[in-house]
Design a protein around this ligand. Structure first.
Ligand code: GAR
Length: 187
């Protein structure tokens, strides 16, 4: 199969990136990861790019020109999809319009519930019965856009922020790759 070139944006640990790198080794997985972008020089996830010989870019989101620079790079590498995997910045409307291709994000809640930061403490505070993760297309609003896939689990009374994070991330490792497969089948 002809794989689409993908770019993964991260800000932190990069466990979803690591999982996508592993999945993309499968010949039938629809993407090949050609670039990793991080807004944090010391993000642990950058090590996964290095170890796997994937080119990476550290961006300075405070610099005026970074979006233009990034767009040129994405074009040069013929990137067809951007996957936000724990990227904790908002992409501007102008960037999304100029990129003009698919941009998807994974978020650790059942959207539209609990957009933004501190997701797990908000979930506990609201005494939710269940939670999970969502993969959605990105638009100019935070954690918004058409939902591609969601999966949930029931919250146990003994759960805390850390156990919720672990249980959610375990689901993310199947939902994110499945969403990518779904996109290239159905959209
Ligand atoms: C993931 O759990 C993802 O859902 C979350 O950041 C984590 C990154 O983990 N994203 C957001 O909160 C975006 N709003 P990772 O770096 O280990 O993949």
């Amino acid at each position: 199969m002809v794989k689409k070139n993908a770019c993964i944006f991260i800000s932190g640990k990069g466990s979803n990136l690591k999982n996508l790198i592993n999945r993309s080794r499968d010949y039938s997985f629809p993407i090949s990861i050609k670039l990793v972008v991080s807004n944090k020089k010391k993000a642990l996830g950058v090590l996964h790019a290095k170890k796997n010989f994937i080119p990476y870019l550290i961006i300075n989101t405070k610099s005026q020109n970074f979006e233009n620079y990034l767009l040129q790079d994405l074009k040069k590498r013929n990137i067809s999809i951007i996957c936000l995997a724990g990227y904790m910045k908002i992409l501007s409307k102008k960037f999304l319009r100029n990129f003009g291709k698919k941009v998807i994000n994974i978020h650790p809640s059942l959207l539209p519930k609990f957009k933004g930061l501190n997701t797990f403490s908000k979930i506990l505070k609201h005494k939710e019965k269940k939670t999970g993760c969502t993969v959605h297309f990105v638009d100019e609003k935070l954690d918004n856009g058409k939902i591609i896939s969601q999966r949930f689990f029931f919250i146990d009374p003994s759960d805390n922020e850390e156990t919720l994070r672990q249980k959610t991330q375990k689901l993310e490792y199947s939902v994110f790759p499945e969403s990518i497969i779904k996109i290239f089948q159905n959209y």
